[in-house]
Design a protein around this ligand. Structure first.
Ligand code: FES
Length: 132
């Protein structure tokens, strides 16, 4: 599915974001588990990851209609936007729900960081849309 990027110009990439991958092989094809990158304010955490070769699952293309892009924001929650009601409703469907659970496609960088994002091992295998 084509990824929906945030639709405005971003500033320079200045915000440190560390991605910790529980399944680096599944997400990058390498054994590198920690990736320190720079994000620009206005970008969401899914597009920052994809830009850096971290292929977080995004079954709906980043429009808050699945929960496959679920991650944990372990540090820097005040440097990302607050979740919307729509995101809260979706993320509740994700496996492994925690207090720091977010949908990476809805989680826009707003502050100076640093931000630490853990991508759970089951991200790749997350259930797509289960027919009712
Ligand atoms: S990619 Fe579907 S909700 Fe984020």
């Amino acid at each position: 599915m084509h990824l929906r990027h945030s639709d405005h110009d971003h500033g320079p990439p200045t915000v440190p974001v560390k991605y910790i991958l529980e399944d680096p092989q599944g997400l990058t094809g390498t054994d590198k588990a920690e990736h320190e990158v720079l994000a620009a304010k206005g970008e969401h955490l899914l597009e920052v990851a994809i830009e850096h070769g971290i292929n977080i699952e995004h079954a709906c293309g980043g429009v808050c209609a699945c929960s496959t892009c679920h991650v944990y924001v372990e540090q820097g929650m005040t440097s990302v936007c607050e979740s919307t009601e729509a995101e809260d409703d979706r993320v509740e469907e994700a496996p492994g729900l925690r207090r720091d659970s977010r949908l990476s496609c809805q989680c826009v960088v707003t502050g100076d960081g640093p931000i630490v994002v853990r991508v759970p091992a089951w991200n790749r295998n997350a259930v797509k849309e289960v027919p009712h």
